[in-house]
Design a protein around this ligand. Sequence first.
Ligand SMILES: Nc1ncnc2c1ncn2[C@@H]1O[C@H](COP(=O)(O)OP(=O)(O)OP(=O)(O)O)[C@@H](O)[C@H]1O
Length: 256
Amino acid sequence: MSEGSTTELLRLENLTAGYGDGVALDGVSLAIASGESLAVLGRNGVGKTTLLETIMGNTRLHKGKITLAGRDITRLPPHARVKAGLGWVPQEREVFPSLTVEEHLTVIATPGKWTVERVYEAFPRLGERRRNYGNQLSGGEQQMLAIGRALMTNPRLLLLDEPMEGLAPIVVEDLSARVVALSESEGLTCIVVEQHPIVALALSRNAIVLERGQIVHTARSEDLAGDHETIERLLGVGEGGADEGANDAAARTQAG
Ligand SMILES: Nc1ncnc2c1ncn2[C@@H]1O[C@H](COP(=O)(O)OP(=O)(O)OP(=O)(O)O)[C@@H](O)[C@H]1O
């Protein structure tokens, strides 16, 4: 795909980034088309979060270029990247105990197709909880709120960092269906970082696997889901259902 093509939304060229002088992301290049959903997979500490943080402008960039919808955003500060069309759902969720659901959604709203009412349509549970405070929400509700809040900035591209972490299997199932609906029905372009391949591959069209800050495998998600040898080799997990993934995530969270 050529740069500036009408369907290309994000292009990363040779991104090398990290924290201080350290390099956690090493020469990553990829292009994402508008409407695509991409899963970023890999074992612990391989640079998945760093990839999203670098797209957002939260790491030290040593080298490389980031283009969003034909615009070079490489040097923009994070808040300007949100304005340019990046929606950020951080791993920590960052839900505030003293704000209600509705206050979380309205405080950063940007005019566009996503309004509070549309977020409640996509996540009816949030509508039911609109007057509840952040600390009165379950983990799943907090995650929905983190996604809803990002939608309120009317992004072109939504970046989700381990959205299923610590959630019960039934909640993972529900939230996965809603994330799929965002990309399939709403046409929203998404990048999802996820530890467990079964969960991530079910909600994405394409996938990359990172190892030591580099892309070592690229595939269509449905192909990789059936490629047990590659999953075992690169991710070190055997066959297992979404339930296993969610339980792993819950165990990780409980362990710290
Ligand atoms: N704030 C930070 N300061 C210094 N080094 C960091 C920081 N955050 C991450 N790193 C290092 O960067 C490397 C990549 O970490 P990153 O969090 O991107 O991996 P990950 O694949 O998202 O892992 P996980 O699944 O455990 O979240 C690791 O070696 C990690 O120790």
